[in-house]
Design a protein around this ligand. Structure first.
Ligand code: SAM
Ligand code: DTB
Ligand code: SF4
Length: 338
């Protein structure tokens, strides 16, 4: 029987002494995962900006004047080229995001063709396109989509202060539709919006109590985007962030917990503490959707220092042709060999 988490017990986890909490989360992590293995995904924005939603943190909402360059749907060949590049650089999952309220029917053939082509490269696929209806989810699933990212972002009550153009229930409904279609669920949140500890607790309870919990749980640290209502938000305390990852690991022991947006501004020590707390997935590649990420070479240096290695599903170095061996993936193989 699936455990149902109650507020009081999660509150107690947050109240634990820091080192006790980390010991507990690390112990659970080691029960279900290889502690030295990190799943890595690469992101690409396939349609950028002019989003009709009003998420107060986002560079792509049409409501705010940000530096984002709006772009129409990316050319099919360009998307495939980027996926191949990600594969050569060592990623095994390609995640594509579109700044839509929901995909239109006319976009479906393009999306399905992309999924099929990327699956042929031997990569896992993930998309995040806004809300989905049942038919759309089923079509994406039949094309072979592995994951769909749809975050709850924060607690149900605080959510209303962050986004007004769709409800929490809309998000939960889409997650249910994704789950039913057979696509794996990627859903998490964002810290630094001005939420209270209680909002984080409620978010984690919402996620963990889904039946089943999401397979992948991104925990984003707010990247303050100039021009958005959150541009001057106070930075979230590092220890609260690390504790959130530890508590997420304890509540969702079998899920991949992804240390997501915000790594570019985190020190190596901070990232290491997040891995110790139970994070075992990252976005890899120098760009997220619209803003910079930690660079590949910085990540490889850190992996080498910590003896971490990327989760290799379809990546066999011997399968790489000489001509495909770029400087970056040489670095990557050296990093994981030594
Ligand atoms: N448009 C789709 C949607 O909202 O479902 C997908 C893309 S959206 C950019 C995916 C997630 O990225 C958001 O739910 C949020 O958690 C995170 N995100 C967006 N902007 C961010 C920022 N400035 N800092 C940190 N995380 C951010
Ligand atoms: C998620 O939770 N974080 C990623 C992914 N899912 C799509 C996106 C982070 C976006 C960071 C801001 C930007 O690049 O615009
Ligand atoms: Fe649009 Fe997604 Fe940005 Fe919200 S987070 S404004 S839905 S792109």
């Amino acid at each position: 029987m699936k455990k149902i988490w109650q507020k009081q017990e999660v509150d107690l986890l947050f109240k634990k002494p820091f080192l006790d909490l980390l010991f507990e989360s690390q112990t659970i992590h080691r029960k279900y995962f290889n502690p030295n293995e990190i799943q890595i995904s690469t992101l690409l924005s396939i349609k950028t900006g002019l989003c009709p939603e009003d998420c107060k943190y986002c560079s792509q909402s049409s409501r705010y004047k940000t530096d984002v360059q709006n772009e129409k749907l990316l050319d099919f060949n360009k998307v495939i080229e980027e996926a191949k590049k990600a594969k050569r650089n060592g990623s095994n999952r390609f995640c594509m995001g579109a700044a839509w309220k929901n995909p239109k029917q006319r976009d479906m053939p393009y999306l399905l063709k992309i999924i099929k082509q990327i699956k042929q490269l031997g990569m896992e696929t993930c998309m995040t396109l806004g809300s989905l209806n049942k038919n759309q989810a089923e079509e994406l699933a039949s094309a072979g989509l592995d994951f769909y990212n749809h975050n709850l972002d924060t607690s149900p009550s605080f959510y209303k202060k962050i986004i007004t153009t769709r409800t929490y229930q809309d998000r939960l409904d889409t997650i249910k539709i994704i789950r039913k279609s057979g696509i794996k669920v990627c859903s998490g949140g964002i810290l630094g919006l001005g939420e209270k500890k209680n909002d984080i607790i409620e978010l984690l309870i919402e996620l963990a109590n889904l039946k089943p919990s999401p397979e992948s749980v991104p925990i984003n640290m707010l990247i303050k985007i100039q021009g958005t209502p959150m541009e001057k938000n106070k930075k979230i305390d590092d220890f609260r962030f690390i504790k959130t990852i530890a508590v997420a690991r304890i509540m969702m022991p079998k899920s991949y917990i992804r240390l997501s947006a915000g790594r570019e501004k985190m020190s190596k020590k901070m990232q290491t503490m997040c891995f110790m707390a139970g994070a075992n997935s990252i976005f890899y590649g120098c760009k997220l959707l619209t803003v910079n990420n930690s660079t590949e070479s910085e990540d490889l240096k850190l992996f080498k220092k910590l003896g971490l290695h990327p989760k290799l599903t379809n990546l066999d170095p011997n399968k790489f042709k000489k001509s495909q061996t770029t400087k970056k993936n040489k670095l990557y193989y050296n990093a994981i060999r030594t």
